[in-house]
Design a protein around this ligand. Sequence first.
Ligand SMILES: [Zn+2]
Ligand SMILES: [Zn+2]
Ligand SMILES: [Zn+2]
Length: 320
Amino acid sequence: MTPTRQGSFRLFRLAGIDVHLHWSWFLVAFYQISTRPDSYSSPGWKILEYLALFVIVLMHEFGHALACRQVGGSSDQIVLWPLGGVAYVNAPQRPGATLWSIAAGPLVNVALVPVFLGLWWLDRANNWAHQLPDFHVFLRSLMMINTVLLIFNLLPVYPLDGGQILRSLLWYPLGKARSLQVATGIGFLGGATLVALAVWEQSIWFGVMAAFLLMNCWGAFKHSRALLKVARLQRRSECRCPECRSSPPVGTYWGCGQCGKGFDMFEGPGVCPHCGAVHEKVTCVDCGCRTPVASWARTGESRPLTQVEVPAPASCDVRT
Ligand SMILES: [Zn+2]
Ligand SMILES: [Zn+2]
Ligand SMILES: [Zn+2]
């Protein structure tokens, strides 16, 4: 349950990243602005404050997107919606790359802290509380918003940034699949706590947030089980993915581009036994990279088939 291009329109494009705004943002913005208590002399400031919140969110999302690219991944879209923002990132499937792509978002909020402290110091030095009372309130609100965003996002509840950071750290000792399973388990606990909080506080907002967390957690949990299944497949140890060095599974896990039937890409190799079509490239089931079949190093000696745990991929550029 994340917003997509559907129902959203493009605001602008920056550094090759399209920024979209979901239609529901307007509804919630209108509701939030109109129901907020008046702490300014004119309503224009309330609108400005709400917009500034999303500027901070956008900077956070750009942190994710640019960091993901830095480590060799791809990211070309950010969608803003009432719950904040979503940066669509495709980070290389290794723990370090994922960790940096996720951590860079909250780090933007951390970097904003001294900026706000500086402005706060100017505020006090120039007595803006009396000279520019509206700006004084505005500044205080933004400091608050940035701090709350930082703390909330760092909660170790999957799929919040904190939960994903935890997952990336667990990836080192537990592997790709198990780490996701543990992180989503903690995510379910966090989501349940938020449900209780929503009932206790009678807050629709917490309820919507809890539903969002739980649905995402459920999706990720199912994904972790699929990953675990893949990790347990019997492997063809004489071949290795040129990107992540993991061996391909033995079995009909690839679909033929010509006849559509499933076959074992490494049996032929690359030749479909049903129609005879020759496939030049193969997708790695572990890292998702598409590479020439010929580049999957064959050691020559036919070692016995073993069950292997998927190793942490070294580097790859995920293409979908
Ligand atoms: Zn984030
Ligand atoms: Zn075929
Ligand atoms: Zn691979």
